[in-house]
Ligand binder design. Structure first.
Ligand code: KG4
Ligand code: ZN
Length: 346
C-alpha cells in the first residue's frame, strides 16, 4: 500500500499543505503566500504572519486533500514543520497537524524545515546519486550540506551574517525595488550589464566554506552614495538601475557558485542539488548548469514550486522518517532555532 503523507508548512510567510505518495509522487501542493501582506514592511512581521496562518490553514489543508482526491482517513500520517522558524507561525501548523492527527487517529511526524530544503533534490529526483552536495539558500538560511543518505546530512558551511535571500531583499530595498527582493532584482537584472559595477565577492579566505553577504550590501550602499557625497536626488532609474541589479545579483551568484566548487573539490560528491527561495533564480541555475568545474556532477534543479517553502518537501522528508519507524508525540514542541551542531538527522 502506498505511503500517503500530508505535509503542513507554516514556519514563515507561506501557509502550505501537500499530499505526497511514497516520498516523491506529489499528489497536491497548495501554497498561500503572504507576500502582499508584508510588502509594505519589506519583511515578514511575525504577528501578522501567524494571524494569517490561523485564517488560512484549514482551507489550505482542505484544498490539498481535495486536489489529491483523498480524505483524511486515506492518509498514512500527518507531517508538520516544527523547527526552525517563527514560533507563533510554527505553532499554527503544529496545532492544526496535532488536531488532525488526534481526530483521525493518524501518527504525527515533526520535520525540520532546513532539512526539508536539503531533501528537495531527492524529492525532485529520487534516483539522484549520493552523496550529494546540497545548497540551501533562502531568506533565513544559506548553507551547504553533504547529503549522505535520505534524511542524513552534515553541514559543510553556513552564513556568518546575512542569508543570500536576505542580501537580495536588502539590496532591492536600497535600489527602491519591491519586496521580495530576489524576484525583483532578477527581473530588473535581465536587461542589465552585470560587469558595470564592481562589487565585492567575500570568500573569507582560500579555505572557508562559510558565506558572508553583509559587506556586499554595504558596498552597494556606498556605490549608490559614495562616502561624503550628498544624498541622491532620486533613486537609480532605467539602465543604471538594471546594471546595478545585474551587478549585485552576479556578486551573490558568484559567491554561491565559488563556494559550491570549493565544497565539490573537497568532498567526494556525485550530485549537486539546490533548494530554498534563492534556488528559483534563473541566473544561478544557468551558472550551475554551465560551470565546467561542476560538470562531472549530476545536477538537480527542482521545479520552482519545490524550492520556495511548500508542504511537499515536508511530506517527502517525513516519508523517510516514517520508513525508519519514527513517530512524534502529540506534545511535540515548536522550536525557533535550527538543529545545533554540524550533523543533522531529519
Ligand atoms: O525559502 P523561502 O521562500 O523562505 C525562507 O525560508 O526564507 O525564501 C525566500 C527568499 C527571499 O529572500 C526571496 O527574495 C528569495 O528567497 N527569492 C529569490 C527568488 N525568489 C525568491 N531570490 C532570487 N531569485 C528569485 N527568483
Ligand atoms: Zn524555507
Amino acid at each position: 500500500m502506498a505511503t500517503r503523507i500530508l505535509g503542513i508548512e507554516t514556519s514563515c510567510d507561506e501557509t502550505a499543505a501537500a499530499v505526497v505518495e511514497d516520498g516523491h509522487l506529489v499528489r497536491s501542493n497548495v501554497v498561500h503566500s503572504q507576500i502582499a501582506l508584508h510588502a509594505r514592511w519589506r519583511g515578514v512581521v511575525p504577528e501578522v504572519a501567524s494571524r494569517s496562518h490561523t485564517e488560512r490553514i484549514l482551507p489550505i489543508v482542505e484544498q490539498a486533500l481535495h486536489d489529491a482526491n483523498v480524505t483524511p482517513q486515506d492518509l498514512t500520517a500527518i507531517a508538520v514543520t516544527h523547527r526552525p522558524g517563527m514560533v507563533g507561525c510554527l505553532l499554527v501548523g503544529l496545532a492544526a497537524a496535532k488536531a488532525l492527527a488526534w481526530r483521525f487517529h493518524k501518527p504525527l511526524l515533526g520535520v525540520d524545515h532546513v532539512q526539508a530544503h536539503v531533501h528537495t533534490g531527492l524529492l525532485a529526483d529520487p534516483d539522484m546519486p549520493l552523496p550529494a552536495l546540497a545548497l540551501v539558500a533562502s531568506g533565513g538560511h544559506t548553507a551547504m550540506w553533504l547529503l549522505t543518505a535520505p534524511g542524513q546530512s552534515e553541514r559543510l558551511g553556513t552564513t556568518r551574517d546575512d542569508a543570500a535571500g536576505e542580501a537580495l531583499d536588502k539590496g532591492a530595498s536600497l535600489l527602491g525595488l519591491p519586496y521580495p527582493g530576489g524576484p525583483s532584482i532578477e527581473k530588473t537584472a535581465r536587461t542589465g550589464d552585470r560587469t558595470r559595477f564592481d562589487l565585492p565577492r567575500t570568500l573569507l579566505g582560500p579555505d572557508s566554506l562559510d558565506f558572508s553577504f553583509s559587506g556586499l550590501k554595504t558596498a552597494l550602499l556606498y556605490t549608490l552614495r559614495p562616502q561624503g557625497a550628498p544624498p541622491r536626488a532620486a533613486p537609480p532609474q532605467d539602465q543604471e538601475l538594471a546594471d546595478l541589479a545585474a551587478s549585485y545579483q552576479e556578486a551573490v551568484v558568484d559567491v554561491l557558485v565559488a563556494k559550491l566548487r570549493r565544497a565539490a573539490e573537497r568532498h567526494p560528491v556525485r550530485s549537486l542539488c539546490i533548494g530554498g527561495g534563492v534556488a528559483r533564480n534563473q541566473r544561478l541555475r544557468e551558472r550551475l548548469a554551465g560551470d565546467p568545474r561542476l560538470r562531472s556532477l549530476h545536477l538537480v534543479l527542482p521545479d520552482l514550486a519545490l524550492c520556495a517553502d511548500n508542504g511537499a518537501m515536508i511530506a517527502s522528508l517525513a516519508t523517510v522518517a516514517w520508513n525508519r519507524g519514527e513517530r512524534s508525540p502529540l506534545d511535540l514542541d515548536a522550536i525557533a532555532t535550527p538543529q545545533s551542531g554540524g550533523k543533522a538527522k531529519r
